[in-house]
Ligand binder design. Structure first.
Ligand code: FE2
Ligand code: FE2
Length: 246
């Protein structure tokens, strides 16, 4: 993909890189060592404490946190909620947001937070701006994308693991994709082996270890965003999805 598309920047969501569950430090390091400029997460990022803190404590940790994370004296995070990456004389502002529906946490209002960030960071500081909205439902993503239409280069979703087929450009030239999808086992229930989760569907009893589906059949999902240098808005958006089974 690197050779085919030659992206200026690469953003990778790492929240479930270790066996579909969470990021372990050793795997975060591995992704870090590839051609990755910035990493995102979130709701499972802390499921493997304290191990993951090893990677997160690094000065040059590539992970950003959700900008609307509720930080306080009780639990603060060392990283930025957004970051400008400067590479080859191009500057990309990446903002990550998180929402609460079907998640086990509360966050500050993502809409108000992103509005604050965009008013604080001068437009002259970046050449493109993308917003990753880690959330469950389609309406939330479309709400956010319409809210930011004309202000950011693209808004895309992560978290459901299943890529949607709706990549397009909104009226005021903001690119949108509802969910980028995962890289992982193709014949699975969003990474899990069906036999290990079957009982949950049939009995409502959430017991037993969820096992990762081990298979050579994988799916690779990604999103390619082209940004116009003058307007800083989207000139092309393309969802990428392939498996080794077809
Ligand atoms: Fe998630
Ligand atoms: Fe996930």
């Amino acid at each position: 993909m690197k050779e085919k598309y030659s992206p200026d920047f690469t953003v990778v969501n790492i929240e479930n890189i270790t066996s579909g569950r969470w990021p372990a430090s050793i795997h975060a390091e591995l992704i870090d060592s590839l051609w990755v400029d910035i990493m995102t997460g979130w709701d499972h990022v802390f499921d493997n404490m304290p191990d993951i803190w090893k990677y997160f404590s690094k000065d040059d940790c590539k992970l950003i946190r959700p900008a609307n994370f509720v930080a306080s004296e009780h639990f603060s995070l060392p990283w930025d909620g957004y970051r400008i990456i400067n590479k080859n004389n191009k500057r990309l502002l990446v903002i990550q947001l998180l929402w609460e529906v079907f998640m086990n946490h509360k966050v500050d209002n993502a809409f108000i937070k992103v509005e604050e960030i965009l008013s604080q960071v001068p437009k002259s500081d970046y050449d493109a701006v993308i917003v990753e909205f880690h959330r469950e439902t389609t309406a939330e993503l479309y709400g956010m994308a319409n809210f930011l239409d004309g202000q950011v280069s693209a808004v895309y979703g992560t978290h459901t693991h299943i890529q949607t087929n709706d990549a397009h450009i909104l009226n005021a030239w903001t690119g949108i994709l509802c969910d980028v999808g995962m890289n992982g086992p193709f014949e699975s229930v969003i990474w899990a082996d069906f036999s290990s989760v079957k009982k949950r569907f049939l009995t409502w009893i959430q017991r037993g270890k969820i096992e990762q589906k081990l298979s050579w059949k994988y799916v690779i999902n990604a999103l390619l965003i082209d940004v116009d240098e003058t307007t800083k808005l989207c000139s092309n958006i393309e969802n990428i999805s392939f498996t080794n089974t077809l």
